[in-house]
Design a protein around this ligand. Structure first.
Ligand code: SF4
Length: 219
């Protein structure tokens, strides 16, 4: 039994290497969904806003939002209702506004306005769960992190690397298979692949470059 599980792990490593190579060939320089201009503060706020909302919607409202609120202090000091005006076309904007104000107050009070890099610190910021924290750690600090978003969860299941829709389980299943220094790019590639090929409703299995590595194999 133990032998079998060891074999499965080895097999998964091999399969993941093949998957990563195919994705790298398809997307040598994967585009980021959120256009934050590499600005840490913007990336954090946009990532919080992007929950259950398209990246396109968040990108659309961002220029006006950051012109009025260029840093954490400007949001921490704003009066209730002001931030809401700028993000009201985004889903769940009332909750997100509260979370963002809390996150910015904490950033100012505890971190001098600088986005922290440790997972436990990031998780103390309003609206930041492991998905956003891993995005920040990977994209800003090069520390890696599996961003278990809807595309990642769906594709990891279809490929047979995990059998669960629980984001933490997906993260823990993929983390040992993808080298830390490749995790950030890997996750951006998975999002693009999920949008273009392995979509939720209509995966284009015939002709898919991951077909031979895929458990679903077109089923
Ligand atoms: S073969 Fe189909 S299910 Fe598997 S990764 Fe490709 S598109 Fe997705």
């Amino acid at each position: 039994m133990e032998q079998k599980s060891k074999r499965a792990k080895l097999n998964n490593k091999k399969r993941m290497t093949a998957v990563m190579q195919a994705l790298e060939t398809r997307y040598p320089e994967p585009e980021r969904g959120l256009k934050s201009g590499e600005d840490p503060f913007r990336l954090l706020i946009m990532a919080i806003l992007s929950a259950q909302t398209t990246d396109a919607r968040v990108n659309l409202i961002s220029p006006a939002l950051f012109e009025r609120f260029p840093d954490a202090k400007s949001i921490a000091d704003s009066s209730e209702g002001e931030l809401e005006e700028y993000i009201k076309t985004v889903g769940l904007y009332n909750t997100k506004a509260k979370n963002i104000r809390n996150a910015c107050r904490r950033l100012v009070d505890a971190y001098e306005g600088v986005i922290p890099s440790k997972m436990e610190d990031l998780l103390t910021l309003g609206g930041v769960g492991r998905k956003v924290a891993n995005l920040i750690r990977g994209d800003l600090y090069g520390l890696g992190g599996i961003v278990a978003d809807t595309h990642c969860i769906r594709i990891a299941n279809r490929l047979g690397f995990v059998s669960s829709t629980n984001p933490l389980k997906v993260e823990k299943a993929l983390d040992p298979l993808v080298p830390k220094d490749k995790q950030s790019e890997f996750c951006h590639r998975i999002v693009l692949f999920g949008r273009e090929v392995c979509s939720a409703r209509n995966p284009k299995c015939s002709g898919c470059e991951l077909f031979t590595s895929c458990d679903r194999n077109g089923v």
